[in-house]
Design a protein around this ligand. Structure first.
Ligand SMILES: C[C@H](N)C(=O)N[C@@H](Cc1c[nH]cn1)C(=O)O
Ligand SMILES: [Zn+2]
Ligand SMILES: [Zn+2]
Length: 509
């Protein structure tokens, strides 16, 4: 199949100072890694081509009708792994997707396990990534088709759904293997891949698989590395030691038997949308304060030691405004922004299923609407307790309306928060690798987003997890025009390679 790359001109150059001095010329880099870094540079066109082919497959895990595409993308990855010489490739089926789901026979996408090397004298690093993506449509406001990779030569970036989250970083591991092979460099560790297709929808089924494989496929794992988050800003590389969790809910309001004409029924029946908006309006205020009683009480108190950590981080409200493309920050102080992104919970309203949303002016009363919202969780919020508080809150808010409609609130999926200790061999190796590639010590950060399976890896495999982000804070993950800067793609793969070498050499695990 022929895959087209689109080239576009523009006037800004998205390359940071660190990257100008370090990434642009391999001769500046740590001589130790010259050979592998040069090979990564040389293979750039084929790496972009591999990414373009993957991006073409709209593997949206949250859209049931696109499940065959998620499976197709898993097949593409298997083919690539085979061609690179990965062995023991196992395509693990996870069974039927649990409710709530429209098709009760919907199969979960597979998890791909594979190995590169199996030398007992070497350490083993398990790399996790996800090949599913968030939904995307041109009509959302994208500058180009979201499932066609656009290489913008002027801005030196690649635009497409999954470029930064997480297809680009996932393929980075395959590319690093290819570069070692082609440069004739012994791969420093045994690599195990665990690639899933359900991360954007709560990693359903993966926890059980990890528990089953902990003493089987994953038995020899010394460290887990995940490249599925972003630098805090756009200039300084980071290593990440914490994530928020994510509990995703829906409130369903059921009224009349079918959608109705608002001229005929407006004013004489109870409208589900009115009830839903009133209930959703009781969840959070415009300052971001969660209004559900009992949630704040579960949050771990801020200690003096922790509060000092925020001062050292390279970030400002300007970085936030640049990434959001607005001046809508609720906080001006760096410390407040970071704490509200990393260590306090947040509640976001995402959308309404069943409601009219298209262009034009349709005069309809929707019969059944489902409001979607999520809460980003933090230590010490207990997921089950939180769900009880949320469901009780929604039921009470609905009851207060005295509506004849029916209301049902439920959890769709939850995923744990994770906070770890970054003082170990894996983080040390990654910090050295980052310095070699970008010429600067990384900041140690937490992340406001979630990777539900992180804590499971740590607990089941009894090992440490390192988050090694490839993209930048302004990549637009989950948003329109998601992109990955080419310098981050190249620098990210070099960092992955150097990390594996440093970790292999480290006397500790
Ligand atoms: C940080 C990671 N790349 C990501 O985007 N994770 C998702 C995970 C999720 C949880 N529920 C739904 N998706 C996120 O943080 O939203
Ligand atoms: Zn992701
Ligand atoms: Zn994501």
């Amino acid at each position: 199949m022929l895959f087209k790359l689109f080239f576009k001109r523009s006037f800004s150059v998205g390359v940071s100072n660190y990257q100008r001095t370090r990434i642009m010329s391999s001769s500046n880099l740590q001589p130790k890694f010259d050979k592998i870094f040069n090979k990564i540079d040389e293979l750039k066109p084929s790496f972009i081509d591999r990414l373009a082919k993957a991006i073409e497959i709209p593997a949206v895990s949250g859209d049931e009708s696109l499940r065959p595409m998620v499976v197709k993308k898993s097949e593409y990855l298997v083919q690539e792994l085979e061609s690179l010489g990965f062995t023991d490739i196992q395509v693990k089926k996870l069974g039927t997707q649990p409710p709530p789901v429209e098709n009760p026979n919907l199969q979960l996408p597979p998890v791909i396990l594979s190995r590169y090397g199996n030398d007992p004298a070497k350490k083993t690093v398990l790399v996790y990534g996800h090949y599913d993506v968030q939904p995307a449509a041109l009509s959302d406001g994208w500058a180009s088709e979201p499932f066609k990779l656009v290489v913008d030569e002027e801005k030196q970036l690649m635009r497409g759904r999954g470029s930064t989250d997480d297809t680009g970083p996932l393929l980075g591991w395959l590319n690093v293997v290819q570069a070692h092979k082609e440069a004739g460099i012994d791969f420093p560790v045994n690599l195990i891949t665990c690639f899933e297709g359900m991360e954007e929808s709560g990693s359903l089924g993966l926890e059980k698989l990890i528990a089953e494989e902990a003493s089987n496929y994953f038995k020899t794992t010394d460290a887990v590395c995940i490249s599925d988050n972003y630098w805090l800003g756009t200039k300084k590389p980071v290593l990440t030691y914490g994530l928020r969790g994510c509990n995703y809910y829906q409130i369903i309001i059921q009224g009349p038997a079918a959608d109705l004409h608002s001229g005929v029924f407006g004013g004489v029946i109870a409208e589900p949308m009115v009830d839903l908006i009133k209930v959703m309006g009781t969840l959070v205020d415009s300052n971001g304060k969660i209004l559900i009683e009992g949630v704040d009480e579960m949050v771990a108190p801020l200690t003096e030691k922790e509060s000092q950590l925020y001062e050292k981080i390279d970030f400002s409200v300007d970085d936030l405004n640049a990434a959001s493309g607005s001046n809508t920050s609720l906080y001006q102080k760096k410390e407040d922004i970071l704490m509200h992104r990393w260590r306090y919970p947040s509640l976001s309203l995402h959308g309404v299923e069943g409601a009219f949303y298209g262009p034009g002016a349709k005069t309809v009363i929707p019969a059944k609407v489902s409001g979607k919202f999520s809460i980003r969780t933090v230590p010490d919020i207990d997921s089950e307790k939180l769900t009880k508080l949320v469901v009780d809150h929604c039921n009470n808010a609905f009851k207060a309306l005295n509506s004849p409609n029916k209301c049902y609130a439920e959890l769709i999926h939850d995923g744990n928060y994770w906070v770890s200790n970054p003082y170990n061999a894996s983080f040390t190796a990654a910090a050295k690798a980052t310095k070699d590639v970008y010429g600067v010590d990384p900041d140690f950060t937490r992340e406001g987003g979630s990777i539900p399976i992180t804590l499971t890896f740590e607990e089941e495999l009894k090992t440490s997890v390192l988050l090694l982000p490839m993209g930048r804070g302004d990549d637009g993950a989950h948003s329109i025009n998601e992109k990955l800067d080419i310098s981050n793609f190249m620098g990210g793969m070099k960092t992955m390679a150097a990390y594996l070498h440093y970790y292999a050499e480290s006397p500790e695990n």
